[in-house]
Design a protein around this ligand. Structure first.
Ligand code: EPZ
Length: 435
């Protein structure tokens, strides 16, 4: 367990290179087993979810090297083995090895995935989609069992544009016999990145990011090299820090192309955002107070991403009026709200899915606890604006998605540091938790 200590910070300045996209690199790592040849992925973030996925690849028989942001996967020997909860309970994206192993071997047994507790997180759409490729798939004692003599292309209609289900179908369909059309797919940038990677391996994936994805299956893919784009949610987190602390910062290595709704929301708060040429990033400036946002809601891409909901709320508690934030994707993504209240924030959940926030200028730092990845990041943003010291007890959630939030924010002038927390301190706080 770590504790992150944050002091009120006025005025961020300087530039920061945004880490590679967590939700882009995870499906690409799963896709690496679709070939027997070497795969090289550049600009990978050194985060817990990536390290867990590398362990899973090694358990399957791959050799994996991770040096200076580049991951090399040698997937020649992939064994037909069960993927146990040791590899799935902490990382939701482990479920993508369902599609990838079907694409490689035509069969898999994998335990149900875990991940952040932000909702029930079913995977019925994954199961239905995979079944549409001629796969026998069912659940047995907490395992998902799937096998087929031959993957067959099909027409798959998603009732909800699930990111993970779209990715899982793509990972199997590229190795199916014939054509697969996915209707109502997720359009997130991570889908476009996965398609780009698969096509660099020799697949034929068209329409990623659009209303229908069409895949012509093949029986063999070759090795490839691919560079992952910057993490749009990490970029949004640091923009939120600027909104709270004021100042002027430059964010590099992330394309504003995929952040239009996020940029629009920050501009509506009064933050000035200038795009750098060649989509290399942007410069953000905030000299004044934060304008409240009367209403925002999360939706599938290209609308406002659910992952920025906690981060936007952490800014709105300092806004100059009433703001409403509606969460339309996950049913339990407000665990951080009780923590923000400890700072003195006037924030309440109405109707189960909408936050009503009365902005305040004076909040007082205290001890908080992160409950999930983006909720934890929201507490960091909120702590930067609170009087005195804010201490966040983090049980590894924040490090699942942020390579080094302390390094990045300290580099921009934030008063932030971290300390290991002793067993005694944990038991004193009655916060002892088995990971
Ligand atoms: C991905 O999760 C991301 N994770 C999430 O980011 C992100 O919040 C989410 O997409 C939405 O953009 C990764 O890419 C590893 P979904 P995923 O399937 O694939 C329901 C972060 O913080 N649903 O699009 O699990 C589901 O319950 C993480 O980086 C079904 O009903 O998201 C939810 O309400 C958090 N049945 C909605 O769809 C299914 O079979 C969106 O889920 C699948 C999903």
């Amino acid at each position: 367990m770590k504790k992150i200590l944050i002091g009120k910070t006025t005025g961020l300045k300087g530039s920061v290179k945004i880490q590679g996209g967590k939700n882009a690199v995870l499906p690409i790592l799963a896709a690496s087993i679709l070939t027997e040849e070497k795969v090289k992925i550049n600009n990978c973030p050194d985060i817990e979810d990536v390290r867990q996925t590398i362990k899973l690849l090694e358990m399957l028989g791959c050799k994996v090297f991770f040096v200076n942001g580049t991951i090399e996967v040698y997937p020649k020997d992939v064994e037909d083995t069960r993927i146990s909860s040791e590899y799935t309970r902490n990382t939701r994206s482990s479920i993508l090895f369902l599609g990838a192993m079907l694409g490689r071997l035509g069969r898999i047994v994998i335990t149900k995935p875990g991940g952040c507790k932000i909702g029930e997180r079913p995977y019925d759409l994954h199961i239905k989609g995979i079944r549409g490729l001629g796969v026998e798939i069912f659940e047995k004692y907490g395992d998902i069992v799937a096998y087929t003599d031959e993957l067959k292309g099909g027409r798959i209609h998603l009732t909800f544009p699930s990111v993970g289900a779209t990715e899982n179908i793509m990972l199997a369909a590229v190795m199916a016999k014939g054509r697969t059309s996915i209707y109502n797919p997720a359009k997130e940038p991570e889908i476009v990145e996965l398609a780009g990677f698969l096509n660099s391996m020799g697949a034929s994936v068209k329409g990623a990011g659009k209303d229908i994805i069409v895949i012509e299956g093949t029986d063999r893919l070759h090795g490839a090299e691919y560079t992952v784009g910057g993490d749009r949610i990490v970029a949004a987190t640091y923009m939120a820090a600027l909104a709270v602390c004021r100042g002027k910062i430059k964010l590099l290595g992330v394309s504003p192309l995929y952040m239009e709704e996020v940029i629009k929301t920050f501009r509506n708060m009064g933050i000035s955002i200038k795009l750098l040429p060649g989509n290399k990033g942007f410069v953000c400036k905030n000299k004044g107070e934060i304008k409240n946002i009367s209403y925002i809601e999360t939706s599938p891409y290209p609308m406002l991403p659910t992952d920025v909901q906690p981060i936007m709320a952490a800014v709105m508690i300092y806004g100059n009026g009433v703001s409403r934030v509606k969460e339309k994707i996950f049913e339990n993504r407000f665990a951080y709200v009780e923590e923000l209240k400890k700072l003195g924030a006037d924030i309440n959940i109405k109707g189960g899915d909408t936050l009503v926030i009365y902005g305040r200028n004076k909040l007082k730092g205290c001890q908080l606890k992160s409950m999930d990845l983006r909720g934890g990041a929201a507490l960091v943003v909120a702590g930067l604006g609170a009087e005195g010291e804010t201490v966040i007890l983090d049980n590894g959630y924040i490090y699942r998605g942020y390579e080094d939030i302390i390094r990045d924010l300290k580099g921009l002038g934030a008063d932030i540091r971290e300390e290991e927390i002793s067993e005694e301190e944990i038991s004193e706080d009655g916060e002892k938790e088995e990971r």
